[in-house]
Ligand binder design. Structure first.
Ligand SMILES: Nc1ncnc2c1ncn2[C@@H]1O[C@H](COP(=O)(O)OP(=O)(O)OP(=O)(O)O)[C@@H](O)[C@H]1O
Ligand SMILES: [Mg+2]
Length: 245
């Protein structure tokens, strides 16, 4: 498996606080790479750096071997890296279909021009994510689980090569959790590389090929779910939280 996304010495300061500090990472093409760590560990900040929302204070990000550090979010999205948002923020007064159309119209397909049938693409994504029956519902009238699904659908509609999922499972009930875990596996089976941040251990341990652990902005462990779950430093960072696989 080739490397598709790489970070070298990635650091981000907010004033005097090192939210992410000297983090190296390497994501293989086609894998599900889990990113875990206690609240405030720097996970969302790292996603935002990868997506171009924040410029790192220092360090570099590479996509398919090419440096993308400091590129604009829309450029990075068109190259094929899309992130969902931890606090979901759909266009509330637009329907589910319209929200997904935005992703389809402005994502990676954008450069191929106006001849594409974006509506058909958006409907395909809605079928795939199970949201098709709600295509005409206004986003503001969706339940939280459906809003989270819409967040995934909007991201998928941009036709990502690498999809960054920020806590798409937290807050779901056990049945919805299993459905979303299955959806994540199906997305990967389509050839999309996934990096997922998640606090629900059972979910992230269950779907990830490898996991990286951040604590106070620093990488403290990396390895298979089994390896990180039994790592004493990781257990100490979570203080009493069960990491049983
Ligand atoms: N825009 C910002 N300005 C100042 N400080 C910030 C900003 N964004 C994040 N931080 C701080 O950086 C640190 C890392 O935050 P981040 O949101 O990346 O953590 P996280 O691992 O995603 O946490 P959680 O699991 O709670 O979502 C925290 O101390 C946070 O308060
Ligand atoms: Mg976060």
């Amino acid at each position: 498996m080739a490397g598709i996304l790489e970070g070298k010495g990635v650091t981000k300061y907010f004033g005097g606080l090192a939210a992410v500090h000297n983090v190296d990472f390497y994501v293989h093409e086609g894998e599900i790479f889990g990113l875990i760590g206690p609240n405030g560990a720097g996970k969302t900040t790292l996603f935002r750096i990868i997506a171009g929302i924040y410029a790192p204070t220092s360090g570099q990000i590479f996509f398919r071997g090419k440096e993308i550090t400091g590129r604009k979010p829309y450029e990075i999205c068109r190259m094929g890296i899309t992130t969902t948002h931890q606090v979901v923020r759909p266009f509330l007064d637009m329907t589910v279909l319209e929200n997904v159309l935005v992703g389809a119209a402005f994502g990676r397909g954008w450069v191929t021009g106006a001849t594409r049938d974006v509506r058909k693409e958006a409907m395909r994504v809605l079928e795939f994510t199970g949201l098709a029956p709600k295509a005409n519902v206004l986003a503001k009238n969706l339940t939280l689980p459906d809003r989270k699904r819409l967040e995934i659908a909007r991201a998928l509609a941009t036709r990502p090569v690498v999809l960054l999922l920020d806590e798409v499972i937290a807050g779901l009930n056990p049945t919805e959790t299993l459905q979303t875990m299955q959806l994540i596996r199906e997305i990967r089976n389509q050839g999309i590389t996934i990096v997922m941040v998640e606090h629900v251990m059972q979910a992230v341990m269950g779907v990830s090929d490898r996991i990286m652990v951040l604590n106070y902005g620093e990488k403290i462990a990396e390895g298979s779910p089994q390896e990180v779950a039994t790592n004493p430093q990781v257990i100490a960072a979570y203080l009493g939280t069960s990491l049983a696989v």
